[in-house]
Design a protein around this ligand. Structure first.
Ligand SMILES: [Zn+2]
Length: 117
């Protein structure tokens, strides 16, 4: 898998973890366990900022735009279907053996897509 795509997936994972840490129920559970959600959130934000700066600016800007619009900017393709908008992708598009060796976006919703099968 291309490094830039791995970074986008990691950025997406960090965003999910950060958003979980503002969820009141999760914060409550973490505090009960003696953890510090505020500290974790600030560390995750720092990691996110550092990672974000290593991503090509074009992709980073598009990521921020997509995340702001949809909430999730990077989604897997499952059974030739974009799991963001549930559009069936063209077979030729999905059949390429090097499909994860470039950054692709869904032709319908524009989210970054990757294949895990
Ligand atoms: Zn889509």
């Amino acid at each position: 898998m291309i490094r830039e795509l791995e970074k986008l997936i990691s950025l997406h994972d960090l965003d999910i973890m950060i958003s979980d840490l503002v969820n009141k129920d999760i914060v409550k559970q973490e505090k009960k366990l003696g953890l510090s959600p505020d500290l974790a959130a600030s560390q995750l934000r720092k990691l996110r900022d550092e990672l974000s700066l290593t991503i090509d600016r074009t992709y980073r800007d598009l990521y921020d735009q997509l995340a702001g619009h949809y909430g999730n900017a990077v989604v897997p393709v499952i059974n030739q279907m974009c799991s963001g908008c549930f559009t069936q992708l063209p077979t030729a598009f999905c059949a390429s053996p090097d499909r994860n060796d470039r950054v692709e976006t869904c032709p319908s919703c524009g989210r970054f897509i990757y294949w895990c099968d």
